[in-house]
Design a protein around this ligand. Structure first.
Ligand SMILES: Nc1nc2c(c(=O)[nH]1)N[C@H]1C(S)=C(S)[C@@H](COP(=O)(O)OP(=O)(O)OC[C@H]3O[C@@H](n4cnc5c(N)ncnc54)[C@H](O)[C@@H]3O)O[C@H]1N2
Ligand code: MOO
Length: 376
């Protein structure tokens, strides 16, 4: 089901994506305006002298016509009085009462120091294209274009469930074999700069009935689970999804880490079942959850942007899965961590990029160029 749209005041629209083209309701600038403080003159009267007959300030124009060898005082952002076409900056002018003389080089051509009407944009011109993110500059251009409210998708409702009998809420007693749950807070943090409403389903046990009940009650655009995605006897996410009336579109992809990822549907919700290993959950969230949320929020270009970096060290040939290696960028070179175990959060926390290795990539040498995904 597509996420419905709403209209938000400019102040509330930051970080959303435009749900429709945003079109200028006015021309900017609305008239020929001065770009500098000085004197509005007719270029044909160069090199002067002139008689100053009035003043034009931003919002307080000089309405009368300016004749030959006449000038007005003018300030930045003020409309050029009728009859003038050029601004002489005050650093190059001498003023004595009403008399004005040229003291510097003066403007080189007609129209100098003038922002002509429509320099920025015209009424009817597209300012923001549907599917573009509403960055601060795009919100500002919409405001200048006379648009007060912006069409966006409503916040995407993302339900997040961690699964596993060993897990306890972060901060609670984690003695013995209890493991503090970290995927839920990590996912919420990864979605922190996206327009989401998080529905925290907490920690669900490795129990088919409990999982089925929890899944059946989900009201969201997207359900994200972590853990229980693999082939063990306690990996119950897929059977529970089926028991709750959901369907599975695919399970397992040629990715390392992240192989047991699952995608499916449950009623109106899309479902992404991420592996439980924290690094696998991180990588699949980066490659699938974030882009899917951005797409649901209306992004035309939701995928992460790879960059290029030089390798700091030799890398062995890759196997059959696309590999995302935790790595650090130092002096513009990417160094992969020695151990790439998908349980190791400290290595991930210290990484500043992932090196992307294509399936069956041959060995790579130090100094070779490699695709990376920067980790902000
Ligand atoms: N025989 C096979 N075993 C495994 C395979 C396989 O193909 N054949 N795949 C391995 C791969 S690859 C991965 S990845 C893991 C993923 O398994 P699950 O998604 O079923 O994850 P769990 O078994 O539930 O947990 C794995 C690991 O991660 C810890 N975990 C889980 N959830 C959290 C959480 N929310 N916060 C912190 N840590 C969490 C959990 O305690 C486990 O240690 O399967 C391999 N096995
Ligand atoms: O794919 Mo698992 O995610 O390698 O550890």
């Amino acid at each position: 089901m597509p996420v419905s749209t709403e209209t938000l005041p400019l102040r509330d629209a930051a970080g959303r994506w435009a749900a429709a083209d945003i079109v200028a309701a006015r021309t900017q600038p609305a008239a020929d305006l001065s770009a500098m403080d000085g004197y509005a003159i007719r270029f044909d009267d160069m090199p002067g002298p002139w008689q100053v007959i009035g003043e034009s300030a931003a919002g307080r124009p000089f309405e009368a016509s300016v004749g030959a060898r006449q000038a007005t005082r003018i300030f930045t952002g003020a409309a050029l009085p009728p009859g003038t076409d050029t601004v002489l900056i005050q650093e190059e002018a001498g003023r004595d009462g009403a008399s004005l003389t040229l003291t510097g080089e003066g403007p080189a051509h007609a129209g100098r120091n003038v922002r002509p009407r429509g320099l920025d944009f015209h009424t009817g011109q597209r300012l923001v294209t549907a599917g573009e993110r509403l960055t601060p500059a795009r919100i500002a251009v919409a405001a200048t274009g006379g648009v007060a409210a912006l069409p966006v998708r409503r916040r995407v409702r993302v339900a997040i469930a961690a699964t596993g009998d060993e897990l306890v809420a972060p901060g609670s007693d984690a003695s013995g074999l209890a493991l503090p749950e970290s995927n839920g807070v990590m996912l919420a943090a990864m979605l922190g700069d996206l327009p989401v409403e998080i529905i925290d389903l907490g920690i669900l046990p490795d129990d088919l009935d409990a999982l089925t009940r929890a899944f059946a009650g989900v009201r969201a655009d997207l359900l994200v689970t972590t853990g229980g995605a693999s082939v063990g006897d306690h990996d119950l996410v897929r059977p529970a999804l089926a028991a709750a009336g959901g369907t599975i579109d695919f399970w397992r992809i040629a990715l390392r880490p992240g192989k047991p990822m699952m995608a499916g549907r449950l009623g109106d919700a899309l479902v992404l079942g991420l592996p439980g290993n924290p690094v696998s959950a991180f990588v699949t969230a980066m490659l699938f959850v974030k882009p899917l949320v951005a797409a649901l929020a209306g992004a035309a270009d939701p995928l992460p942007r790879p960059a290029l970096a030089l390798l700091g060290e030799t890398l062995p040939a890759n196997g059959p899965r696309t590999d995302y290696l935790r790595a650090e960028l130092r002096d513009g070179r990417a160094y992969a961590s020695t151990i790439q175990d998908s349980s190791m959060l400290l290595t991930l926390a210290r990484s500043t990029c992932l090196i992307v290795r294509e399936p069956h990539a041959p060995p790579a040498q130090a100094g070779d160029s490699a695709e990376i995904l920067p980790l902000a």
